[in-house]
Design a protein around this ligand. Structure first.
Ligand SMILES: [Zn+2]
Length: 373
């Protein structure tokens, strides 16, 4: 029996009402078996977490980690365990025709847990634009591949912008919503420049679907009108549509966040869209993206929930992750909260300063230490 005991950390998981409780967590054979004060187990390997926070393993629901088919991809462990992130979800780089290869060569070979938001178009992002012609997608094929590989697929991915759907506009997105719901997965949708118009996308999505790049600053197809979130965005949220950050090289603007966050329009989840063109700036990592959210006024407890319990609730993972709870996987991000003066840039080169920084010390996956600072 493999046992790991995390001693004296500040446990943080708002979804389980654990808000900076100083306690211990015991993991046995990959799963959490006990949470409480003064746990003693002579057989367990002990990690001293004094002065550190112990959170469920962070989940980055938007990365591109399939370098073989798309040059923008990066190694999964580079954006995963190396930076304190225990689970990453590839956002549609693979579609039905290359998903089996993605499973063999990325999912099964990474130390980070990797899932796929499988693109509905045949080859994912291997050929772009990927959905401007009906011959580029086939929902019968997508369903067949999904049935054979369900446990690796947490969502279905679509991109709703002029560079992806061309003259077809909203049509492929409507069909993708229908398909995703038929197979029991949420549709995870990128937004950008029109067509389609953002209002059409908001009105097309259903409860449980997720928009990424929500807070971009492209004013020609923006979520804001007259200084307020558009009626379609508010309506979608009321219907149960979810809003993700998906920072990216062109898709997160402090200007947008500073208008809508104070009005209560906060992200449901925080993710990066990390790939080769933004990993060396302005995105860098999930924890730096979380630092930016804190600089914009979101609390540590809330931003941790936005990368743990929330993505685990919205995406369909085949293993129990995202909570500090008995029976859940022994996945943890153990980190220090450093205080100082930090300066950030968004995708549009706007500046922002903040005073707290998350510094990961350990990434633990299934009770195994995969990164130690
Ligand atoms: Zn992306």
């Amino acid at each position: 029996m493999e046992k790991l005991l995390l001693k004296n950390g500040w446990l943080i998981d708002k979804s389980e009402r654990l808000v900076r409780w100083k306690a211990d967590v015991l993991v046995e054979d990959g799963h959490i078996v006990k949470i409480g004060e003064n746990i003693i187990d002579d057989e367990a390997e002990v990690i001293d977490c004094e002065g550190l926070y112990v959170a469920p393993g962070f989940i980055d629901m938007h990365v591109h980690v399939y370098p073989k088919v798309k040059a923008l991809g990066v190694e999964a462990d580079r954006v995963g365990v190396t930076t304190g992130v225990t689970t990453v979800c590839d956002a549609g780089t693979a579609g039905p025709e290359n998903l089996p290869d993605f499973i063999e060569n990325v999912i099964k070979k990474s130390r980070t847990r990797v899932f796929s938001s499988m693109h509905f178009s045949r080859k994912g992002l291997e050929i772009t634009p990927e959905a401007d012609d009906e011959s580029k997608y086939d929902f019968d094929l997508a369903e067949k591949v999904f049935r054979e590989n369900e446990k690796y697929i947490c969502a279905i991915k679509a991109r709703a912008s002029n560079t992806t759907v061309g003259a077809l506009g909203i049509k492929p997105i409507r069909e993708a919503v229908e398909f995703a719901h038929k197979i029991g997965r949420p549709l995870y949708v990128h937004i950008g420049r029109a067509l389609p118009y953002i209002e059409e996308v908001f009105d097309t999505l259903q409860e449980g679907d997720i928009i990424t790049h929500t807070f971009h600053g492209k004013e020609s197809n923006w979520m804001i009108k007259d200084g307020k979130p558009k009626a379609e965005a508010l309506r979608a949220r009321a219907r149960g549509v979810l809003f993700d950050v998906g920072h990216g090289e062109a898709s997160f603007s402090f200007k947008t966040a500073k208008i809508v966050f104070p009005q209560g329009f906060l992200p449901d989840t925080v993710s990066t869209d990390l790939h080769a063109r933004n990993i060396d700036g302005p995105v860098y990592s999930l924890t730096l993206t979380m630092d930016k959210m804190m600089a914009l006024g979101i609390s540590l407890e809330d931003v941790v929930e936005m990368v743990t319990a929330r993505p685990a609730e919205y995406f369909r993972f085949s293993v129990p992750i995202g909570k500090l709870k008995v029976g859940y996987c022994g996945d943890f991000t153990v980190f220090e909260l450093e205080n100082g003066e930090y300066h950030y840039l968004d995708s549009d080169k706007n500046e922002l300063s903040g005073s707290t920084k998350i510094v990961p010390h350990y990434a633990i996956v299934g009770g195994k230490v995969e990164m130690k600072k």
